[in-house]
Design a protein around this ligand. Structure first.
Ligand SMILES: [Zn+2]
Length: 313
C-alpha cells in the first residue's frame, strides 16, 4: 500500500493507493497555505497517518508517501524551493514527512506527478509520454525512459510557456506574449467566448447565457458550435488550432509514443481530439509513418494522488 498526497492551495488530499494503482480511501484537510511551510509538511504527515490508521493500516504497511506539490520541486533533494500559492521556501518536505512517519517520502511537481499517474495506469510498455492539461493555465508533464523529466532545477516541463502566437496581444504571467497558456487554456477559451458574445449580442452563445457574461464557461462555445452557431464555431476552431499548434511543437521535440490531453475539456473527446490529430498528421516532422498516439487522459482529478503514491514504487 502507498499513500499519495495531492497538495493544492486550498486543500491537502491524501489517498491510499494499492498495488493495482487504485485509490481505496481518501482524506482531505484545508492547506492553510499562509502558514509556515514546515507546518504544512507536518500536517501532510499527520493526514497520511490518520488515513492509514482509519483504514486499518499501520505505517509499517505503507511502502512510501509521495507528494505532488505546485511549484519548483526537486525530486532528488525532496525540497520545494518555491510555490506561488503556498508558503514554501526551500522547505524540506520529504525530510519532515520521513521524520514524522518513519517511511520513505517522495516529492514531485503536481503536474509532473499527474503525468506520472496517467503514465503508470496506461499499462503499456512505453518509454515516453507527454501529458498536457488544459485548465486555468496549460500545464503538463514529460515522461522520458519511464521517469519524470523535471530539468536540473525542478522547474522543467513548463510546457504552457512555449510561444504559439508571437503576434498575440495576450500577455502571459511569465512575461511573454502568446504563450500556449494564454491561447489554449480554458481561461483563454472563456476570454474569447466573452469577446465574441460582446461583439455578437444576437448569437446563440449570447442567448445561452442570457447575455450574462459571468455565466460563460468552458462549455459555452463548444455546446453552441455543436448546435450550429457559426460564431461559436469560429471560437472553437481557433481554440482547437491553438491547442494543436502546441501539440505539434511538443511532438516535434519529443516524438512521444503517447500524448494525453487532460482537464475537464478533454471530456469533449474526439470532437476536440480529431482536429488535433489531423493537424499533427500534416504539421509534424515524420519520416517513417509511426506517429504519436493522441488521446484523452483517463484519471481526471485522481491522477495527482495516484502519481504521487507511485513515486515510491
Ligand atoms: Zn508564459
Amino acid at each position: 500500500m502507498y499513500i499519495g498526497i495531492d497538495l493544492g492551495g486550498m486543500s491537502i488530499k491524501a489517498g491510499l493507493v494499492n498495488e493495482a494503482y487504485k485509490i481505496v480511501a481518501t482524506k482531505t484537510m484545508p492547506t492553510g497555505a499562509e502558514r509556515h511551510g514546515d507546518e504544512i509538511a507536518k500536517d501532510m504527515a499527520k493526514l497520511a497517518l490518520e488515513l492509514a490508521e482509519e483504514n486499518g493500516y499501520k505505517m509499517q504497511d505503507i511502502k512510501a508517501v509521495g507528494v505532488g506539490c505546485p511549484g519548483a520541486c526537486n525530486s532528488k533533494t525532496g525540497i520545494c524551493a518555491f510555490s506561488a500559492n503556498i508558503n514554501f521556501k526551500d522547505t524540506h518536505i520529504c525530510e519532515i514527512i520521513t521524520k514524522e512517519l518513519g517511511v520513505p517520502a517522495y516529492l514531485g511537481n503536481d503536474a509532473n506527478v499527474a503525468a506520472f499517474g496517467e503514465y503508470k495506469v496506461i499499462n503499456e510498455e512505453m518509454e515516453s509520454m507527454l501529458f498536457v492539461t488544459l485548465g486555468t493555465g496549460v500545464g503538463g508533464g514529460i515522461i522520458l525512459n519511464g521517469k519524470i523529466y523535471e530539468g536540473f532545477n525542478g522547474v522543467g516541463a513548463e510546457i504552457g510557456h512555449i510561444q504559439v502566437d508571437k503576434n498575440s496581444e495576450n500577455k502571459c504571467g511569465c512575461g511573454r506574449y502568446g504563450c500556449w497558456e494564454t491561447e489554449a487554456s480554458v481561461s483563454a477559451l472563456i476570454r474569447e467566448t466573452k469577446k465574441a458574445i460582446e461583439a455578437n449580442p444576437d448569437c446563440a452563445m449570447a442567448k445561452s447565457v442570457e447575455g450574462d457574461l459571468s455565466r460563460v464557461n468552458g462549455r459555452t462555445s463548444f455546446d453552441a458550435a455543436k448546435a450550429g452557431d457559426a460564431v461559436a464555431q469560429k471560437i472553437v476552431d481557433a481554440f482547437i488550432k491553438a491547442v494543436g499548434e502546441g501539440v505539434c511543437s511538443m511532438i516535434n521535440i519529443f516524438q512521444p509514443e503517447v500524448l494525453l490531453i487532460g482537464g475537464a475539456i478533454s471530456k469533449e473527446g474526439d470532437y476536440l481530439l480529431d482536429p488535433i490529430r489531423k493537424l499533427a498528421e500534416t504539421d509534424t516532422y515524420k519520416h517513417n509513418g509511426v506517429h504519436t498516439r493522441i488521446a484523452a487522459a483517463q484519471l481526471g482529478n485522481d491522477a495527482g494522488i495516484i502519481g504521487a503514491a507511485l513515486l515510491g514504487e
